[in-house]
Design a protein around this ligand. Structure first.
Ligand SMILES: Nc1ncnc2c1ncn2[C@@H]1O[C@H](COP(=O)(O)OP(=O)(O)OP(=O)(O)O)[C@@H](O)[C@H]1O
Length: 356
């Protein structure tokens, strides 16, 4: 899929901007604070209902305005589709192909976007929640039944946690059964997905940087899955969970780890290594999406020159040029090595965008 039109109103310093992006590579340049990242935030907002730089109400809406508005048009299998989102920070209204939308997830399912931004190293060195979200984003897009299992599990977990807080044991078995059934399905899907991602990850990583060596993903389900079914793990954890006041085992505690020969077991990767590995993971996820769905997600690269040294920038550009994805990248300058490339340049100045 690729955007054919992007219109942004009242997002940070961008009061009203419209661009017709290139189907492949879009390079957005401008001075610091010009509003380059704001354009990427607009695309991210449509796909995720939030920014990659915090909540909508925390400064995303341009000062003096009550809502941010984003409109996109995109081509998908020779069909033109469109979506719009108006967000006040507290309330939102969305439309997809001219029809009102009740759930933000409907937009997320339609517009697939992967974002690499200055905080993306958290995928490797941040909390397990970031890594679960990474897996679940992929499964949400490639496995149609995943969302219903996920919702069922989340509802069971919420009910079980409420009962644990109240000290009410008698209703626990019913909710544990719900959690166990849905949770086993979630785990099966996550484990399979991690396996599939691992197949493409090392190739992607070596294209990005030969130094990264072979990479492997190791999945942990959130309970001692090799010894116990989830239903038994929940039963056994009851006393501890009553004392804690929440559920201490289950897929909501799942995690994965990346193994690389660059950092021995027990050692943490450097910030730069974590960034490169996070990028490799995102690219591998995009490639998996493309192979499974038969169309590619849109890739956003915020301030990529500041994130990667020149050698890795060149390698990334080569990888991206070999792919069929639509890419939006920002930087204070256009990257070197694009002289013979077919791409669109946009220049941003105080929130105004023009073709470069
Ligand atoms: N709510 C807001 N209303 C109006 N302007 C805002 C608001 N929030 C931030 N800004 C301004 O918008 C600009 C943000 O731009 P953005 O972060 O997109 O710039 P950038 O070109 O990506 O910069 P850099 O190269 O420094 O990353 C800044 O000048 C900031 O002062």
């Amino acid at each position: 899929m690729h955007l054919t039109r992007l219109r942004v109103r009242d997002l940070r310093c961008v009061i009203d901007a419209e661009i017709e992006p290139h189907a492949r590579l879009n390079v957005i340049t401008g001075l610091n604070g010009a509003g380059k990242s704001s354009l990427l935030e607009a695309i991210h907002l449509i796909a995720y209902g939030r920014s990659f730089r915090g909540r909508v109400r925390d400064g995303l809406i341009g000062s003096g305005s009550s809502a941010v508005e984003v409109f996109v048009e995109w081509a998908e299998r020779n069909r033109l589709r469109r979506a719009g989102l108006r967000h006040t920070g507290a309330r939102w209204e969305a439309r997809l192909d001219g029809e009102p939308v009740d759930l933000l997830g409907t937009l997320s399912a339609a517009v697939a976007v992967l974002t690499f931004e200055p905080g993306s190293h958290a995928l490797i060195d941040g909390s397990s929640e970031v890594r679960r979200r990474y897996l679940d984003w992929g499964l949400f897009h490639v496995e149609p039944s995943f969302l219903s299992h996920w919702r069922r599990y989340a509802r069971g977990l919420k009910q079980r946690n409420a009962l644990l807080k109240q000290g009410a044991a008698n209703q626990l078995p019913a909710w544990e059964m719900e959690m166990a059934e849905a949770g086993e399905r979630i785990t099966e899907a996550r484990r399979r997905y991690v396996g599939e991602l691992s197949l493409g990850l090392s190739a992607m990583a070596s294209a990005l940087s030969p130094d990264l060596g072979p990479l492997a993903l190791e999945f942990a389900s959130g309970w001692k899955e090799q010894d116990l079914a989830l239903a038994d793990a929940l039963l056994l954890a009851r006393d501890r969970d009553f004392a804690a006041g929440f559920t201490t085992v289950g897929p909501h505690r799942a995690n994965w780890r990346l193994h690389s020969s660059l950092w021995p077991a027990g050692e943490a990767p450097s910030r730069g290594q974590a960034k490169l590995c996070a990028l490799a993971c995102l690219l591998a996820q995009g490639e998996h999406f493309r192979k499974t769905r038969g169309e590619a997600p849109i890739f956003l690269l915020d301030d990529f020159a500041a994130e990667l040294d020149r050698r890795h920038q060149q390698r990334l550009l080569e990888v991206l040029r070999g792919e069929v994805w639509q890419v939006f990248m920002t930087g204070t300058e256009s990257p070197q090595g694009l002289e013979d490339a077919d791409f669109a340049g946009f220049h941003v100045e105080r929130g105004h965008v023009r073709t470069a």
